[in-house]
Design a protein around this ligand. Structure first.
Ligand code: SF4
Length: 214
């Protein structure tokens, strides 16, 4: 991304995505899908690309895969309002074909900027295309799913894409297990946060307690 294109916030980034024509998908899309969720989300979910429903509505994960994602989030005590959801590509590839490397390259600055602005503690990497973009050179999704990979201070957890599990029911069990691994990781992060907060709280000296309550 060139100088002067560092976005100050998510709304300005989204506005730029809606105007973007950096790759041919900008001309074939109905609506761009920059992503939705709170700007201070602790968890970011990154999928592959908008599908037909997303392209029509301008929101990520609104079809059957989105319903499954909601269900999986609910299963670990989360809702959509807790997470920021986006994709590697912000525009739909025609007929839902795989993202092409040049498209993913052209679109990557938006995702990099979203990661910089949101600063999530955990990034769920949905499927092999998101994995190839976010963790290049790592193992395949079939080997890495459900494991935590720490890169640049951020924990990435690759999981199978919900659409893949809808297509191949054998992946449903592993996907549910992956989300349990996500929950375990989030619980650990929360425990560490509480311990750090307790250690940072100044201990009141006995004489101060006497002054306060005596
Ligand atoms: S896919 Fe990304 S780079 Fe291509 S037009 Fe859409 S926003 Fe721009």
């Amino acid at each position: 991304m060139g100088p002067g294109l560092d976005f100050v916030d998510l709304p300005s980034l989204s506005a730029a995505v809606h105007q973007c024509r950096k790759c041919p998908l900008g001309h074939s899309r109905t609506r761009a899908v920059p992503g939705v969720g709170p700007s201070d989300a602790r968890i970011m979910i990154v999928g592959e690309a908008p599908g037909q429903n997303e392209d029509l509505q301008g929101e990520p994960f609104v079809g059957a895969a989105g319903k499954l994602l909601d269900q999986l989030l609910r299963g670990i005590g989360l809702s959509r309002g807790d997470v920021f959801i986006t994709n590697i590509l912000k525009c739909r590839p025609p007929a839902n074909r795989d993202p092409q490397p040049a498209e993913a390259e052209a679109c990557s600055p938006y995702l990099e900027q979203q990661l910089r602005l949101i600063k999530p503690e955990v990034v769920l990497v949905l499927g092999r295309h998101a994995l190839a973009r976010l963790l290049p050179g790592y193992e395949s999704i079939s080997r890495l799913h459900g494991k935590v990979v720490v890169k640049d201070g951020v924990s990435y957890i690759p999981v199978y894409h919900p659409a893949a599990a809808l297509y191949n029911s054998f992946l449903m069990g592993p996907l549910e297990q992956d989300f349990k691994a996500v929950k375990t990781h989030l619980d650990r992060v929360e425990e560490r946060r509480q311990v750090a907060a307790a250690l940072a709280t100044p201990v009141t000296k006995p004489e101060e307690q006497l002054t306060l309550f005596g």
